[in-house]
Design a protein around this ligand. Sequence first.
Ligand SMILES: Nc1nc2c(ncn2[C@@H]2O[C@H](COP(=O)(O)OP(=O)(O)O)[C@@H](O)[C@H]2O)c(=O)[nH]1
Ligand SMILES: [Mg+2]
Length: 273
Amino acid sequence: MAPTTTRTPLTPRTPVTAVTAVIAAKDEAARIVSTISAVRGIDGVDLVVVVDDGSSDGTAALAGGAGAIVVVHPRNRGKAAAMATGAQAVADLDLREPAVSGRPRDLLFVDADLGASALNLAVLTGPVASGRADMTIAVLPPQATSGGGHGFVVRLARKGIERLTGLTPAQPLSGMRCLSRGAFEAALPLARGWGVEVGLTIDVLGAGLRVLEVPCDLQHRVSGSDWRGQFHRARQYRDVWLALAVRRLRPMARGLRAPLRGLRRLVRIRGRN
Ligand SMILES: Nc1nc2c(ncn2[C@@H]2O[C@H](COP(=O)(O)OP(=O)(O)O)[C@@H](O)[C@H]2O)c(=O)[nH]1
Ligand SMILES: [Mg+2]
């Protein structure tokens, strides 16, 4: 289903380095306004795009009121789809209103539940703007409230990334990332759902680009140990596992392509004789 877009009359600030923040949000009425306000305070962030992924709590209206460009998925499509929609909205903006730098805007992906602490994401943009890194990833401090998980998903993601790339990420599932447009495109099509971060790290590194983890003082809503939290982790586990499986099988699929092409040619020649 095509997303619907609500434009709000927000004049882009003249960017020093043009970075557009993309926030995928589902039912984040409690925190979306403070997160947007904080992100708009980051130097170089010219616009904030919120992709509301089928929320039923008024997130979209609140985001528009807080000065974001809002794109709505009428039905829930998952985090990766929301990030892809947001990045497409930024690409459209690059065509309509190019940044003064003349190059595509960098993308700063931000979770909606960071509140005022999102201002500290400022440390992610510099290394990408200067070309020192193609993707930066926020490493969060211990959180004020402890989570209810046992670290299964984090370990699966970390080991999987390590096996495929050699990098051992401190926080493989961290959603706060800044990427150049080139780095983002290296990861297309995105891994689905909650596998998106693992897919981004593997694909960006696989394209020979540079990834930098940066400590960042952020506080988010930690998933608890109730059934909702456990369900969230189960879906994360499934999506991360799938993202890794696809990326493990890719070289094999590539390896098979040439012999298959040869076989097809042989069959065609035989058919002609
Ligand atoms: N697009 C999309 N985003 C979601 C969905 N569920 C949660 N999010 C957003 O993804 C981000 C991370 O979600 P969160 O529940 O905080 O997960 P956690 O940080 O891994 O515990 C937040 O910005 C959420 O609003 C969803 O179904 N679709
Ligand atoms: Mg969170």
